[in-house]
Design a protein around this ligand. Structure first.
Ligand SMILES: *[C@@H]1O[C@H](CO)[C@@H](O)[C@H](O)[C@H]1NC(C)=O
Length: 480
């Protein structure tokens, strides 16, 4: 059609300006027509601006389960289809959270509250096992408890992942049919359970944390989702090194979210299967940090107990090596209460912060240092670091082998040898990466919550492969 009209008007009026003009208009119109595809819609129009068409709404359906009241969701596993109005509503929410960009579909068990918000003294009102977090968010206890509060932030993020007015990103969305899910999330607040209930309170004869773990094992074993995969696609947060002590060996095929592997048998937990998550730092994040090399008078900052059990001997040795050096600040004990702002100030005015293995290879000190943009010196041979598949820690941390660190003069020579330029490069990088360790609700782009979901998404192909392999002989079982 476009060809015919060009031919038709091509040669009649050669010399007049208006003829050239007409030709130009024709060219524009015909090129526009060529741009149209078979549906009559131009290729270059952003499809987000168009009303939902058939293909589009199928994607939407897959990614946006209808928002039923929570109790109905729990009972009604088979989801009714979306209607047109619902799709339109989702379209509006698109600029805030785009579920079709989610990288992870998560099924979360509607477990009894005693496993999660009940541990925060929240009482269910009989309607749902979950609090209405839009009305009121049960708060997590402060102080040192907070450093392992990972379970809480992940659960809040999932509970809000389908809110129509959700702000911020949603790498993970909650689905209500477990067959659609990439992973199955177990909302047990295990660190809190350990922190609060690991002592026997008469008349009980066994502490509640242990009881809850036994209950959890029984609960999971009876779920069809667990039976289907043997737990391989289940995600369990056990960030406190002593949490899940009794249940870990029963649940080990799952993906654990941990602080390190210090207290785990390598068969139960390892880097290939599990995920390392940052501690929630206690020091304040240094916002708008302009305190560069010359604004930080202390060369090296150390905080922590000097005398530790297992693996912590090196602290003592280092203390005796370093105590007479200039520009070094030692602070003993952990930070809590009023100590937090003093510690923050200390780290914000130091160039380097020392992180030495204690009872366990990791500690929240590293994350306090990152938040304070104090270049971490890491002396911990067994440490595991969060998101190391996407983060190169050597860009903003200095690693020293324990065997080197205790050589007379080694550490100070190394540290004094790092000049302004090199230090500033690391400091600039710290200012970029500090958001990856931030836990908050609502979650923001690339904060710790989103980083964890993304890291889990990278594990999904391996998880799937394992689940499929384990199913080879299940369909037509051959007798033994
Ligand atoms: C940081 O800087 C931004 C932009 O200049 C400003 O809006 C914000 O209030 C500052 N925040 C703090 C805590 O100083």
């Amino acid at each position: 059609m476009a060809d015919r009209s060009t031919q038709h008007s091509g040669f009649r009026c050669r010399k007049t300006l208006s003829c050239w003009f007409a030709l130009a208009v024709l060219l524009v119109v015909s090129s526009f027509m060529i741009c149209l595809n078979s549906t009559g819609r131009p290729h270059f129009v952003d499809r987000n601006l168009l009303p939902a068409d058939k293909v589009f709404s199928v994607i939407e359906k897959a990614n946006n389960p209808p928002r039923l009241p929570i109790e109905e969701r729990a009972v009604n596993v088979e989801q009714p289809l979306f209607d047109e109005i619902e799709i339109r509503q989702e379209e509006k929410a698109r600029d805030k959270c785009d579920p079709s960009n989610a990288v992870l579909k998560v099924y979360m068990y509607d477990m009894p509250p005693e496993f999660h918000f009940g541990l925060l003294d929240w009482k269910p009102d009989g309607k749902s096992v979950w609090p209405d977090i839009r009305a009121n968010i049960p708060s997590y206890p402060g102080g040192l408890n907070l450093q392992h509060s990972i379970e809480y932030w992940l659960t809040l993020d999932l509970l809000s992942s389908n809110f129509p007015d959700r702000v911020g990103p949603c790498n993970a969305i909650r689905v209500y049919d477990s067959r659609e899910a990439d992973i199955i999330f177990v909302p047990f607040f295990s660190s809190l359970s350990y922190n609060r209930y690991s002592r026997v309170i008469p008349p009980e004869t066994i502490f509640r944390d242990k009881l809850l773990q036994q209950k959890l094992v029984r609960y999971l074993a009876s779920q069809k989702e667990w039976k289907r995969s043997g737990g391989k696609d289940h995600v369990i947060v056990a960030h406190h090194p002593n949490s899940m002590l009794d249940a870990r060996s029963a649940l080990f095929p799952c993906v654990f979210i941990l602080s390190d592997f210090g207290r785990y048998n390598p068969k139960l937990a390892n880097l290939e299967k599990d995920l390392i998550a940052p501690y929630k730092h206690l020091a304040k994040t240094f916002v708008n940090d302009s305190a560069g090399f010359d604004d930080r008078p202390t060369l090296l900052y150390f905080r922590g107990a000097i005398y530790r059990k297992e693996g912590g001997n090196i602290r003592q040795e280092l203390f005796y090596l370093l105590r007479n050096e200039k520009d070094i600040y030692f602070s003993f004990g952990s930070i809590q209460g009023n100590g937090i702002s003093t510690a923050s100030q200390g780290m914000q005015s130091s160039k380097f912060c020392l992180n030495i293995a204690g009872d366990t290879p990791s500690s929240n000190r590293l994350f306090d240092a990152i938040a304070s943009h104090c270049v971490p010196i890491i002396i911990s041979d067994e440490i595991e670091l969060p998101f190391e598949d996407v983060l190169d820690y050597s860009e903003f941390c200095v690693f020293v082998r324990s065997s080197d660190a205790i050589k007379e003069g080694f550490l100070m020579k190394l540290i004094r040898g790092i000049g302004r330029e090199e230090w500033t490069r690391m400091w600039e990088r710290l200012k970029e990466v500090d958001r990856y360790i931030e836990y908050q609700y609502p979650s923001r782009e690339d904060d710790a919550v989103q980083m964890i979901w993304q890291a889990l998404a990278r594990k999904v192909p391996v998880i799937r492969q394992k689940v499929h392999r384990s199913r080879r002989f299940l369909r037509f079982p051959t007798g033994k």
